[in-house]
Design a protein around this ligand. Structure first.
Ligand code: ZN
Length: 293
């Protein structure tokens, strides 16, 4: 009996010591440029020349997710990466290239050239103070082309080095799960339920009616034999209405959601898993790159 009491005493003591240790280490906070002072930035640059620039959008995300979904995702994940690596996040743009969603009100869109110019000028400013390594965290497919272009331009014309760490980057994991759950569906609704639940109106979530034009349907059938044709299929999707490809958001989906599944099946656990995968890959990449200074 006595030895049992002793065991319990030792167990409780160790648990308390562990709990004190865990709570004493307050969770690291993200560094966001707009929340820092100029002296903070000066001190930061003594130890680190990296900066994360999130890229998202302000565009329709179905009747249940906010227009700023991609912005909140890109910023939210960038902040989680910042908290883990100590690298500062510098948000510059709230909108991205989203013109093919403009059949639904509230969507904003910037021309790729406008985005490139804003991002490049931002990089030039940050370089003046000593930033030299630029990490773009993109979370909107429409921005892929701009991200590629601006990274290429930085690497080819300045002393700085730029790389992608989000969507359309070498560290992105192959997408698992259902084909075509791409926009405001189960996956994205789950991410928002994890990152920004207060902005999700889940009672309005509804499975969309998806309509692919005959040309796209035929391409998918043919792609079963010639998978390369999916490249042409993709070229038709997410195009402005004016191109007459019938691939704009309003033409393929009745409510703006791009998914074959029902977004009501979303849950924060799926979202957390997705977010963790993205954040973990970016953290590993940054920690490795830090060692190559
Ligand atoms: Zn989105």
């Amino acid at each position: 009996m006595r030895s049992k009491a002793l065991k319990i005493f030792i167990f409780v003591s160790i648990s308390l010591m562990f709990a004190t240790f865990v709570f004493a280490q307050s969770p690291a906070k993200a560094l966001v440029l707009q929340e820092m002072t100029w002296t903070d930035v000066r001190d930061y640059l003594k130890n680190c020349d990296m900066v994360i620039i999130p890229l998202g959008s302000t565009e329709q995300h179905g009747p249940h997710l906010p227009l700023g979904t991609d912005h909140y995702e890109a910023l939210g994940m960038s902040k989680l990466i910042s908290a883990r690596t100590g690298v500062v996040v510098a948000p510059v743009l709230l909108a991205g290239y989203s013109v093919y969603h403009s059949g639904f009100p509230g969507t904003l869109s910037l021309e790729p050239e406008t985005m490139e110019r804003v991002l490049y000028e931002t990089v030039e400013m940050l370089m003046k103070y000593g930033f030299r390594r630029f990490l773009f965290f993109n979370y909107h497919g429409g921005n892929n082309i701009v991200q590629k272009k601006v990274i290429y331009r930085i690497n080819q014309t300045t002393e700085a080095v730029a790389a992608a760490i989000g969507h359309d980057s070498p560290i992105e994991k192959e997408e698992e799960g259902e084909f075509f759950d791409w926009h405001a569906g189960v996956n994205e609704t789950s991410i928002m339920l994890y990152l920004k639940p207060e902005l999700v109106k889940i009672e309005r979530a509804e499975k969309p009616k998806i309509h692919f034009p005959p040309r796209m349907q035929r391409l998918r059938e043919l792609a079963e034999k010639y998978p390369e044709l999916m490249g042409v299929w993709s070229a038709l999707l997410a195009t402005p209405k004016e191109t007459k490809k019938e691939g704009s958001s309003r033409e393929i989906s009745n409510n703006g959601i791009w998914s074959f599944s029902d977004p009501k099946e979303a849950n924060p656990e799926i979202g957390q898993k997705e977010v963790n995968t993205m954040v973990e890959a970016a953290v590993k990449f940054i920690e490795a790159w830090k060692r190559a200074k």
